[in-house]
Ligand binder design. Structure first.
Ligand code: OAD
Length: 234
């Protein structure tokens, strides 16, 4: 049986576009990461087996970038929603900008740069922005790898995310091309009568029932969030 909608609940679903104006590259825009690196060489279990140093270098660079970027007005506006609403941020991003903006419930379905995972027992460790080297071992003696969901690996927390979407009264999708499944399919779980908006520059296919606002996250998202906060005051 369907759980009831929680009138106070907002799900914000984000992709690389929400962090673009902080200075982090998206994946598929012109000059995006996948134009400069091949997924097969750096983002698959096969890549890790073939050339772990190259894979570590790629994610060490990504992790180091976190030292040089800040949350932008979109991340900050999303965090401010918590003043009035129960907010769950579901992100495909592996950066930590939602947390740094103040969001308290962030679900990373594709993993997190600031964590490492043991290849022996899958235990996860906080590493901040430190690089991982070949030979860096977990306390049980196994090599550490980036805590990133590579292509061909299972996405994290997907059932929990589905449930959040099914019980949200408002859903805001931001900055995703909606091309990588199953994460991209999550927006379809939202209820018919929930208020549903997508903000992005370019999206292949807008899921049914969503209002599409074409534009930059840092300009549009604060306006949407302020309106929602005002509405709750009335
Ligand atoms: P993409 O690079 O596929 O899409 C980025 C989206 O953001 C596009 O729709 C752009 O039009 C939009 N965009 C760019 N700049 C924007 C801005 N300033 N404001 C708003 N929108 C903007 O990134 P994702 O959809 O997040 O997975 O990619 C999904 C997954 O593919 C990633 O999590 C990653 C990647 O391969 C893994 O690595 C497992």
């Amino acid at each position: 049986m369907n759980k009831p909608i929680d009138p106070n609940k907002i799900v914000v679903f984000t992709g690389a576009g929400v962090s673009a104006e902080s200075g982090l590259k998206t994946f598929r825009d012109s000059n995006g990461l996948w134009n400069n690196y091949s997924i097969e060489q750096v983002a698959t279990p096969q890549a890790w087996r073939a050339n772990p140093e190259l894979v570590l270098d790629f994610y060490n660079m990504r992790r180091n970038e976190l030292n040089h970027v800040e949350p932008n007005p979109a991340h900050i506006a999303i965090a401010q929603l918590e003043k009035q609403y129960d907010v769950v941020v579901i992100t495909q991003n592996v950066d930590n900008l939602h947390e740094r903006a103040g969001s308290t419930k962030v679900i990373h379905v594709h993993g997190e740069l600031t964590k490492a995972r043991s290849i022996g027992d899958n235990a996860v460790y906080d590493i901040g922005t430190k690089p991982i080297a070949l030979g860096d071992l977990c306390p049980n003696g196994h090599q550490l790898r980036p805590h990133i969901v590579w292509f061909g690996e299972e996405v994290l927390f997907i059932d929990e995310c589905r449930e959040h979407l099914q019980t949200a009264n408002k859903v805001l999708g931001i900055g995703s091309s909606l091309t990588v499944f199953p994460a991209a399919g999550l927006l379809k779980q939202a209820r018919f009568n929930a208020e549903k908006i997508i903000v992005s520059m370019e999206v292949d296919k807008i899921p049914f029932g969503y209002k599409f606002l074409r534009g930059k996250a840092a300009s549009l998202v604060p306006v949407i969030c302020e309106n929602w906060i005002k509405k709750q005051h009335q």
